[in-house]
Design a protein around this ligand. Structure first.
Ligand SMILES: C[S@@+](CC[C@H](N)C(=O)[O-])C[C@H]1O[C@@H](n2cnc3c(N)ncnc32)[C@H](O)[C@@H]1O
Length: 260
């Protein structure tokens, strides 16, 4: 079967089919626990500025971040995905219902009340201040509002999930992609990546999408060669997800850019 990639994301990537991956919070427990731990470690820092790159139609990877951030810039390649997030941000009646994910993270992982889960939802809606187009192929891969100054070294955290492996085609282009995202980080800032190991395709409904097979070595070598000197951790979980993809493991990696 032909593998979809690149511009196919504009036409063949069906939002509702993709969100089947997110129908239950439990399916994403690995990343939610890892994110909860990451953001808990950053506390008591507050008012951070976060760039989420290639967010798709998904916001649940930002739930743990919300209390610590001043604003989140949500960058995404496909207009349909951006519209799905915009609908959720405006709380429109036909937007995707993420409330079970808020409850899972705020109640189960943080030990707070259901009321606080609902408050977190409003907080995240407010803190996603911009939803912008992006393309990792561009020299400056986010289309910033024209009135903005350069966003180089303007973010405390750049986060990206299941995105770079969907776009790059070689070790070199993986390194270039991380190098481009690195430029947005302040010295001492953090890159946060969730993704899949050794995956060559994933399914969205009946459509089969391309994936570049990552390895732990490649991720570690790339981060080190891009100047992420204090490599913090990489968590791995073996998976068997035949109904969706041929990934062998999922990973969660964070790394810190050296202060100059
Ligand atoms: C597997 S989805 C991941 C979505 C979401 N981040 C998640 O965690 O579920 C891959 C994402 O990569 C985006 N993408 C595809 N080509 C891209 C490109 N050239 N530059 C940036 N993002 C791209 C797609 O639009 C899609 O949102």
């Amino acid at each position: 079967m032909e593998l979809k990639c690149g511009k196919d994301y504009h036409t063949s990537f069906d939002v509702e089919n993709y969100l089947d991956f997110y129908r239950e919070p439990k399916l994403n427990e690995f990343q939610y626990v890892a994110r909860h731990e990451f953001w808990s470690r950053l506390a008591p820092r507050k008012n951070l500025r976060v760039l989420n790159f290639g967010g798709g139609p998904v916001i649940s990877d930002l739930i743990s971040a919300a209390p610590f951030v001043e604003e989140i810039i949500f960058a995404e390649y496909s207009e349909r995905n951006r519209q799905a997030v915009e609908k959720w941000r405006q709380n429109l009646p036909d937007s995707h219902d993420w409330s079970a994910h808020f409850r899972f993270i705020v109640e189960n992982l943080e030990g707070r009340s259901g009321e606080e889960a609902a408050i977190r939802e409003s907080e995240l809606r407010r803190k996603i201040t911009h939803i912008l187009p992006c393309d990792i192929e561009w020299d400056n891969p986010v289309k910033w509002p024209s009135s903005w100054e350069s966003q180089s070294a303007m973010f405390d955290v750049v986060t990206t999930s299941l995105c770079l492996e969907a776009c790059v085609t070689s070790k070199e282009s993986y390194r270039h992609a991380i190098g481009k995202l690195k430029k947005y980080l302040k010295p001492g800032g953090h890159i946060v990546m969730y993704g899949v190991m050794e995956e060559t395709y994933y399914l969205v409904g009946q459509e089969r999408f391309y994936c570049f097979p990552l390895t732990r070595n490649l991720i570690e070598e790339t981060l080190a060669s891009e100047g992420f000197k204090t490599f913090n951790e990489i968590k791995l979980l073996a998976v068997s997800l035949e109904a969706y993809c041929d990934a062998k493991e999922i990973f969660f990696a964070t790394a810190t850019l050296e202060e100059v």
